[in-house]
Design a protein around this ligand. Structure first.
Ligand code: AMP
Length: 429
């Protein structure tokens, strides 16, 4: 099989690593890839959002399967564009990807179909947004309607915080056009979990749950980031909870999209709050989470390619794979540039990646790296995802941090508590 992977971050490195292990794969290309992906795929000088370049390459090289990693090209309609050329694409079309691309669309879809989520309203006028915030009461959450790299949700503890958040989104436009429309919603208390399911249009397959760590500092403090670490499985999403999430959230959402003319082919990422009343949706994403993908794929023993291909071809998916219950736990620790998620410098030399990767059960997935004069240097905010798998979460955490300690670059920082709350090593807040 000839496979084209679109993207060049840590999630795509994990996908490339997993796809390249499949005996079904003859050729793997990545657009644009990164220095880590280059070990598993031929990297192309084609950007992930260059729809013409991707379409041209895929048709000219007889690509059998296109796997789209990031959300931006999906939200822009890459899936439809490639499918119109007869290509098999893992990733939803533009209308279905709006479940992530527009929070207003996603919240309205949930409201129309009775899918459990926080009470909300969508606003385009700051004054009306402020009035609604007063009516809902604090705590509440102000969210940009459009994509904001995981940073567009502001939890507000006081009415003044809410006013300030509305001003940042709608008046100061700190998130650009994404904040012209805001969603204001009630705060949901509970434990968060990310849940992943594959949908081919013909059937649905639950994959696994993972726990993301969004804030930059230990103990869930500091500003939100794209993701500072993740682990899988999550104890609170046991078989019973998974069945509930599938029946109450995933299946009705996919049915709702299909009923509205937007059938879903790809991975549906449900960001959940496990409240006292049951699981409720925080948000949906139209692709694998980054860094949840790294953790989940490390746990998976089965070949991923037949599943990706079945999704892309709209075929029936197999029954749930045994790996989701297999006794393997994994953790991914993000190593970031100094200053991230604010401004940061790049071009710092990275050492120790090979040593860390040589540890048993450890993979170092590249996110923001580049090669310069034969040296590996930093090229982004999130630089590496040090990922480990073991028989228990405690061993996976120990292995991942052993790997992190071997890596060095000027200004590097990381959270020291990824997976540790689940181990009872740090108190739940
Ligand atoms: P989102 O961009 O919608 O994923 O939100 C980012 C983060 O903000 C989530 O992972 C939650 O930690 C928090 N959050 C968002 N919406 C809510 C809500 N309604 N109640 C509580 N926390 C929320």
């Amino acid at each position: 099989m000839r496979v084209l992977l679109v993207g060049g971050g840590g999630r795509e490195h994990a996908l490339a690593w997993k796809i390249a292990q499949s005996p079904l794969v003859e050729h793997l290309w990545a657009a644009p890839g990164n220095p880590g992906i280059a070990k598993h795929a031929r990297c192309l000088d084609v950007a992930a959002d260059d729809a013409d370049g991707l379409a041209g390459f895929a048709t000219a090289h007889g690509v059998d399967l296109v796997v789209v990693g990031p959300e931006t090209p999906l939200v822009a309609g890459l899936g439809d564009r490639l499918r119109a050329l007869g290509l098999a694409v893992f990733g939803p079309g533009r209308r279905a990807a709006a479940i992530e691309g527009s929070k207003a669309f996603s919240k309205d879809l949930m409201a129309r179909h009775g899918i459990p989520t926080a009470r909300f309203a969508t606003h385009t006028e700051p004054a009306a947004a402020r009035r609604y915030a007063r009516e809902v009461g604090v705590p509440l959450v102000v969210k940009t309607d459009g994509l904001a790299a995981g940073k567009g949700a502001i939890v507000c503890a006081t009415p003044e915080d809410a006013d300030a958040a509305i001003a940042r989104c709608m008046e100061r436009r700190e998130f650009g056009a994404a904040g012209a429309t805001v969603v204001i919603e009630e705060f949901m208390a509970g434990e968060e979990a990310s849940f992943f399911a594959l949908s081919s249009g013909a059937s649905v397959l639950p994959l696994a749950a993972a726990q993301d760590h969004k804030t930059v500092l230990d103990d869930d403090r500091g500003p939100n980031t794209g993701g500072m670490g993740a682990y899988s499985p999550v104890a609170s999403v046991d078989a019973r909870m998974q069945a509930r999430v599938m029946a109450e959230i995933v299946e009705p959402t996919l049915a709702a999209l299909a009923a509205e003319g937007a059938p879903y082919q790809g991975v549906l990422y449900a960001g959940l709050m496990l409240t006292k009343e049951g699981p409720r949706v925080v948000e949906f994403n139209c692709r694998f989470g980054d860094p949840e993908c790294q953790a989940i794929l490390m746990r998976m023993e089965e070949d991923l390619v037949p599943l990706l291909a079945a999704v892309a071809r709209g075929e029936r998916l197999p029954a749930p794979a045994p790996w989701t219950n297999a006794g393997r736990a994994s953790v991914c620790v993000t190593v970031a540039s100094g200053g991230y998620p604010g401004t940061y410098e790049t071009g710092r030399e990275i050492t120790g990646v090979l040593d860390a990767s040589a540890l048993p059960g450890v993979q170092v997935f590249h996110a923001g790296t580049a090669r310069r004069d034969g040296r590996l240097v930093t090229a982004g905010g999130r630089v590496l995802g040090v990922t480990a798998v073991a028989g228990t979460l405690a061993d996976a955490v120990a292995r991942a941090y052993e790997g992190v300690r071997l890596i060095h670059f000027d200004g590097m920082h990381y959270r020291t508590d990824i997976g540790r709350r689940a181990l009872g090593e740090v108190r739940a807040r």
